[in-house]
Write a protein that binds this ligand. Sequence first.
Ligand SMILES: [Zn+2]
Length: 318
Amino acid sequence: MLEGMRRRSVRRTIAVPAMCLLAACGNGNASGEVDTDGATDAGLSVRAAFYPLQWIAEQVGGSVVSVQSLTPPGAEPHDLELGPQDVAAIGEADLVVFLAEFQPAVDEAVEQEAADTFFDAAEHTELDLTYTPIEEGAEETEEAGSTDPHFWLDPLRLAEVADALAARLGQLDSDNAGTFTANMETLRTALEELDTELKQGLAACESTDLVTSHNAFGYFAEAYGLTQVGITGVTPEEEPSTEDLAEVADFVEENDVRTIYYETLVSPAIADTVAAETGAQTALLDPLEGLTDESAGSDYLEVMRSNLDSIRAGQPCI
Ligand SMILES: [Zn+2]
């Protein structure tokens, strides 16, 4: 069913305006119901800030909503910069789906251009985790105590946000409210199945310490009984200090951690450094901040299942 919606949306991509052939439009679908008289009803246009929000908007909107991502495929979303065209697009969209305090440029553009047409994911699930580095004296660092934005790595939190998005789309386009509700039921089933697989697959792991590149897996770890140890901070581009690296290396050795996880959108050099120092291996664990050709799957569900396989092999789990 989900696959069916994706195929349908790909086929309709031809209706995307020509300017969207330039890179920044993501792989969102264009909507457009062609009436018998040949007129095109464009349906709702949604701008989603980054991949997981784009994905839920596509799943819920199906073929009657046009979704485009503000973060280009393969770009790292934390430090997204917007061009004038992007800002204009935010102003023109029927709805801008974003996450407040995750991408400062998007926050600013929404405030200026979309004050009445935004959907803030942070209002629809509880972002109750804060960043806690493992090293002592961490309260001195800027990020200690800041909110962890990475809710989408917990499929049930993503479902909560998608539920609210389906309701909002139904308010904006009441003719299609039934379609959004039905699509949401399909999406919820898929996310709950994924959650069950994760719970079962990660129930018995030799090590529950998850050593990751950046602190993206807090909600994931909380949901599945793991403890995250991030090498860098909440944002991946932060350079860890020599002391940070030494702390993580000590932790890896003391706790017999076997695998250091790296990401697709961030250089693996830091994970490699810690692995070389400790004799641990490295493996891919994708925080789903964007899809690339190197992603281990073509959508959220596939990449999450690949993450499950990666952790099951890396910890390992029985
Ligand atoms: Zn992140």
